[in-house]
Write a protein that binds this ligand. Structure first.
Ligand SMILES: [Zn+2]
Length: 109
């Protein structure tokens, strides 16, 4: 079972207390953007076996959205952090690098 710690209220909750919100750190494109940018925003998602960054909502708790970095193959969680940041914090990236040297996800490493 996947267990994530909410970075806002500090509760370690299992996935039944959470709602998955898809991929984290998407660049949002709306009216006025090119068709290619809008298509990528709507349809193109990472689907890695390994390091992945996701959005989660603590539905049965504080109700806030947060991001989680985890390994999709092992369910190992590298860290959770605020959804109000553009990139994963350095401590989360360091935790990933310690376990998965040479990892890449989109333009992050
Ligand atoms: Zn919470």
């Amino acid at each position: 079972m996947l267990i994530l710690k909410c970075p806002y209220c500090g509760v370690a909750c299992d996935e039944t207390e959470l709602h998955a919100g898809g991929e984290a750190h998407l660049t949002r494109h709306g009216p006025g953007s090119s068709d290619a940018d809008f298509e990528e925003y709507l349809f193109m998602r990472e689907n890695p076996r390994g390091v992945h960054f996701e959005r989660w909502r603590h539905v049965y708790g504080c109700g806030k959205w947060f991001h989680a970095a985890r390994d999709t193959a092992t369910l190992e969680v590298f860290g959770t952090y605020s959804a109000q940041v553009a990139e994963p914090p350095k401590d989360v990236r360091a935790a990933i690098t310690a376990k998965v040297p040479g990892w890449r996800w989109r333009d992050l490493s």
